[in-house]
Write a new protein. Structure first.
Length: 225
């Protein structure tokens, strides 16, 4: 009986939440019908792993029903893995104006540097803004993992009263360089070509900085670089 009562309590709370969500969607339809809506279904780690996708699908189905006519993206998230970082990165990506222009220039930059991959991070949060990939990688969550590592390293530097300027990691298979780039970004270059000196990569980053600052200046609305 107690279990049924708790379940009933949760059901009533969910109904209340969905009603609040519907009222919000109705207001958005009235005043901002072309708005992009992002919904995060959080704390999925509390759901048994085998049931998570089913639970998320049920939430997404109900969210889309209540927000019919609006542009909606639904993310399943948890603070215990990379899903929350990925969700916020995808949201930031959607808010950047002329992102296709940025991606085109990043692709050209990757070609010039002969890099496997170039990734642009937001300076404060280390969320992924955009990237260019020349060699496929099997880990779909690599950006979020790297972002979290860099963010933790940056926090450690802050505790030591040191500024995080750059980070270089080398092993027998690749070189990864993270450098301050534009006013609001860091850039990461990954190269598996051992014949490319790290110094050459740093020179290329320095040479490209002014060019990407100019691109940032053309982005007058929304998130900027």
């Amino acid at each position: 009986l107690q279990g049924e009562q708790r379940g009933e309590g949760r059901s009533k709370e969910a109904e209340k939440d969905f009603q609040y969500f519907k009222n919000t969607m109705d207001s958005i339809k009235q005043f901002s019908p072309y708005a992009k809506v992002f919904v995060l279904v959080h704390k999925l780690d509390l759901v048994r792993e085998s049931d998570r996708q089913k639970v998320l699908d049920n939430y997404e189905k109900e969210v889309r029903r209540l927000s019919e006519g609006l542009s909606v993206q639904v993310f399943g998230t948890s603070i215990w893995d990379e899903t929350l970082f990925k969700a916020w990165s995808d949201i930031v990506y959607c808010l950047i104006p002329n992102v296709n222009i940025l991606e085109r220039h990043l692709s050209h930059f990757a070609d010039v540097c002969e890099a496997d991959e170039v990734v642009l991070f937001e300076k404060s949060t280390f969320l992924v803004i955009s990237h260019a990939t020349r060699k496929p990688h099997k880990d779909a969550h690599r950006f979020e993992k790297i972002s979290n590592i860099a963010k933790q390293f940056k926090l450690t530097c802050g505790k030591s009263q040191a500024n995080f300027e750059s980070l270089t990691v080398q092993n027998p298979t690749f070189t990864a360089v993270i450098e301050k780039f534009t006013h609001n970004t860091y850039v990461m270059l990954i190269s598996s070509d051992r014949e490319i000196p790290t110094a050459a990569t740093l020179v290329n980053i320095d040479a490209a900085r002014e060019h990407f600052e100019k691109i940032s200046d053309t982005m007058k609305f929304g998130a900027t670089l």
